[in-house]
Design a protein around this ligand. Structure first.
Ligand SMILES: NC(=O)CC(=O)C(=O)O
Length: 297
């Protein structure tokens, strides 16, 4: 049987210090992505909302339409900066996420764009599950006050390496998305995400390891660095987890970068030892991946 990850590849997660200045965030991301590419990383990931503060009052102000053609560059600065950067660095760039304004201008989304080393847009993922929570005395957040949800699972076929899945932050709490992506052959689940000091301490590592353990795949979570002067304090702790749910690397809360080699053959080795894949009982419960098309764009 063919290996899910066709050849070993270095993954870099950039835990970026994000500010309220969009053009600074874009140029700082460029510096860090170029630094990541010098380590030999071929898949590079930025955090959720890396070009804007994370907060519902900021999304309308920072949102961009995603217009690929040249005369519209001023309307889509992040789209163009990420595309150019993927080409300049020669990497597959999972551009964290940015607030997106739909063409009609009516709806806003939290959207992740993935570019090939040619600069071509390979996929866009709109956060499917919006972050609406209310933990008394701790944190209340309601993305759905201003954002609309996406409606697809995003699987991206990278010819040299295999399939990866991209989803955003709160999406990780819904294991169906991960299971469907893994059953459709993903070797890596990537989540740009910004948990906070309450939910980060409770669930960040647990979620990453659970998705890896359930599906026996690699998982990467990429957070912004923590900024205690911002209204929303990100947890940080970007991490790479292996298919045995082993934490390969985890940062603290400060700006930094995880660079890890994902090893071809390791997923198959893990699945040989604990052969969940041949032991499922679809005669007892349904296959959640049946009939669902994972799409790139
Ligand atoms: N920010 C999010 O989307 C999710 C989060 O912080 C959590 O699930 O906790």
């Amino acid at each position: 049987m063919a290996q899910l990850l066709k050849q070993s590849v270095k993954l870099a997660l950039i835990q970026l210090a994000c500010t309220a200045d969009k053009s600074h965030n874009l140029s700082h991301a460029r510096t860090k992505v170029l630094e990541a590419s010098k380590t030999g990383a071929k898949i590079v990931v930025l955090p959720e909302c890396f070009n804007s503060p994370y907060g519902t009052k900021y999304f309308p102000q920072y949102a961009e339409q995603l217009l690929p053609s040249p005369p519209t560059e001023t309307q889509s600065p992040s789209f163009h900066a990420l595309s150019r950067l993927a080409r300049e660095a020669g990497v597959y760039l999972v551009g964290g996420s940015i607030p997106e304004k739909e063409a009609s201008g009516k709806k806003l989304f939290n959207t992740s764009l993935t570019f090939a080393p040619s600069g071509e847009l390979l996929a866009s993922h709109r956060k499917v599950h919006l972050f609406d929570i209310d933990i008394p005395g701790k944190i209340t957040f309601k993305e759905s006050d201003v954002l609309s949800p996406g409606n697809k699972i995003t699987l991206i076929d990278i010819p040299e390496y295999g399939k990866i899945a991209v989803a955003i932050c709160y999406d990780i709490r819904f294991p169906e998305l991960a299971t469907i992506a893994a059953r459709k052959g993903a070797f890596l689940l990537l989540y740009p995400g910004a948990f906070n000091l309450t939910t980060g301490a409770l669930h960040w590592e647990l979620q990453a390891r659970a998705r890896a353990m359930d599906n026996q795949v690699y998982v990467g979570l990429c957070s912004p660095a923590r900024d205690m002067s911002a209204e929303y304090n990100a947890w940080g702790h970007s991490m790479v987890v292996g298919p045995n749910a082993e934490v390969l690397e985890q940062l603290d809360e400060k700006e930094g970068m995880c660079v890890q080699e994902l090893k071809a053959g390791w997923i198959e080795e893990v699945r040989k030892g604990i052969p969940l894949y041949g032991q499922r009982r679809f005669d007892v419960y349904p296959d959640v991946s049946a009939g669902i098309a994972g799409e790139g764009r």
